[in-house]
Ligand binder design. Structure first.
Ligand code: ATP
Ligand code: MG
Length: 448
């Protein structure tokens, strides 16, 4: 028996032991084995067994039919869910998308063989210890992502695996093994057959990883040409300006590294300069300018995130951050309030974080000044929050109903009146009282 020991959570162990009591074999498998060996905390514990789904269901009192056609039953133990999947052989991935059919098998080896990478193809239980038929441990130790079997064959079965290879290399800080990478280069165009939803999952995991710089290999491999050609243009877009020391793509990578690893922040970092390649103008002194790239970038970012089928809340948040990432108001309280109003109170924290990352991804030219300026902006923003200064219509001491009572008919005029009053209050916060606002409203009606 191998000397490697894994602490299986008690729920998963109960499932394995119950299955064994009924004459079956069962193991934890895949990501949880890999992560345990690496000393990382597994996200979930998947179980693989020779028991058929119906047999699994008959043994455990609480089960959910998660994906019976793929052999997966969810078993609940003490309010924790475990996916229990029958050993299977995947049929042809005829369209490079999903297995046309799956066949159940009584052989663990067959089940491990269908898995994508050697580091993901290990199983473990207390009875047998580690089952590592494809030298997964060796690859974990060497830090390589390598296909189980022939990379060309495995990527032809399911093209998504190519992107998964780079995703795991980014999460684990591993290299993609040479033959595996060569196969990705050769087959990258076939990623076009894979659904946007599946691509999205891998892209998000990749950019939210410890190594977002692996996006460089996403381009080298030819994969971004299929789902994110804008990225290739960013990597080849030089910036002749004292503010920058990298091309747009490498600048973007540093900004991703500087912001927290959340979906919105990493997407905003990835896309903030997406319009630079198409906005670039070189003046007669050879200096590059990118006028209008933030607003055009917001338009492009929306198109890209729709292509990836991201949800609307994420798209809205990211587009706002892209649109305002270069906003640099003159540092007066009034101007900062205006900025907060434009950007939206809920987005300011993220925007300041993005701007901070953006500065750190630029050259040292003026960097100290830029950071001090940002710090001053943050302090002024903090005062606005602390004093609960009015920067949005909802904070006005007067509402739509008051305006209608003042004789303005229901309709777009109400919104206009509120915007006008907010403008007055942003100018001077002491004006946010009903008396002043009613007077101002009367004036506004006359002047129109
Ligand atoms: P994560 O920590 O991100 O969940 P994971 O290794 O558990 O990583 P999953 O996508 O949850 O990855 O897949 C679970 C296991 O199923 C993998 O470890 C691998 O063995 C297998 N697997 C998943 N997707 C594929 C695929 N497209 N082709 C072959 N095997 C796959
Ligand atoms: Mg998993």
């Amino acid at each position: 028996m191998n000397s490697i020991q894994i602490n299986i959570p008690s729920g998963a162990n109960t499932i394995i032991q119950e299955l064994e009591k009924h004459g079956h074999a069962a193991y934890v498998v895949g990501g949880c084995v890999r992560d345990s060996v690496l000393g990382r905390n597994p996200a979930d514990w998947d179980i693989t067994t020779d028991a058929l789904p119906e047999e699994v269901k008959s043994i455990f009192p609480v089960t959910i039919d998660t994906g019976l056609e793929h052999g997966t039953v969810t078993v609940r133990i003490n309010h924790v869910s475990y996916e229990v999947t029958t050993y299977r052989i995947d049929g042809d991935y005829e369209d490079g998308r999903h297995p046309k059919d799956v066949t159940f098998t009584r052989s663990l080896e067959e089940d491990l063989k269908r898995r994508d990478f050697t580091i993901n193809a290990m199983a473990y239980n207390e009875r047998d210890g580690l089952v590592d038929l494809f030298d997964g441990i060796k690859d974990l130790e060497a830090g390589v992502v390598r296909c189980v079997g022939s990379p060309m064959e495995r990527f032809s079965e399911d093209a998504l695996r190519m992107l998964r290879a780079l995703r795991f290399s980014a999460q684990l800080g591993f290299d993609v093994e040479e033959d595996t990478f060569a196969a990705i280069r050769a087959l990258s165009p076939t990623l076009a057959k894979v659904s946007a939803e599946r691509i999205q999952v891998e892209v998000l995991k990749l950019i939210c990883s410890l190594h977002p710089e692996r996006m460089e290999q996403v381009s080298e491999s030819g994969l971004s040409a299929i789902f994110f050609p804008e990225w290739d243009n960013m990597l080849s877009c030089q910036q002749a300006t004292p503010h920058h020391c990298y091309d747009v793509g490498h600048h973007t990578i540093v900004v991703m590294q500087q912001v927290p690893a959340t979906k919105v922040m990493r997407l905003a970092a990835l896309l903030h300069d997406v319009a630079k390649p198409v906005s670039k103008k070189t003046d007669n002194k050879g200096a590059d300018h990118f006028v209008g790239h933030p607003s055009l970038g917001a338009v492009m970012a929306k198109e890209i995130m729709r292509r990836w089928k991201l949800d609307n809340a994420t798209i809205d948040a990211v587009c706002r951050l892209v649109k305002y990432h270069d906003e640099r108001p003159e540092l007066t309280p009034r101007n900062v309030r205006r900025m907060v109003h434009r950007v939206g109170l809920d987005y300011m924290d993220d925007l300041l974080t993005l701007q901070h990352g953006d500065v750190l991804g630029q050259s040292l030219y003026e960097q100290q000044n830029k950071l001090e300026r940002l710090e001053a902006l943050r302090q002024m923003y903090d005062v606005i929050v602390k004093e609960q200064q009015c920067v949005q219509i909802a904070d006005l001491q007067l509402n739509g109903k008051d305006i209608m009572e003042a004789g303005i008919p229901k309709g777009p005029l109400i919104g206009e009146a509120l915007e006008h009053l907010l403008d007055m209050v942003i100018e001077d916060p002491t004006r946010n009282n009903k008396e002043f606002l009613m007077g101002e409203l009367a004036q506004w009606q006359i002047s129109r």
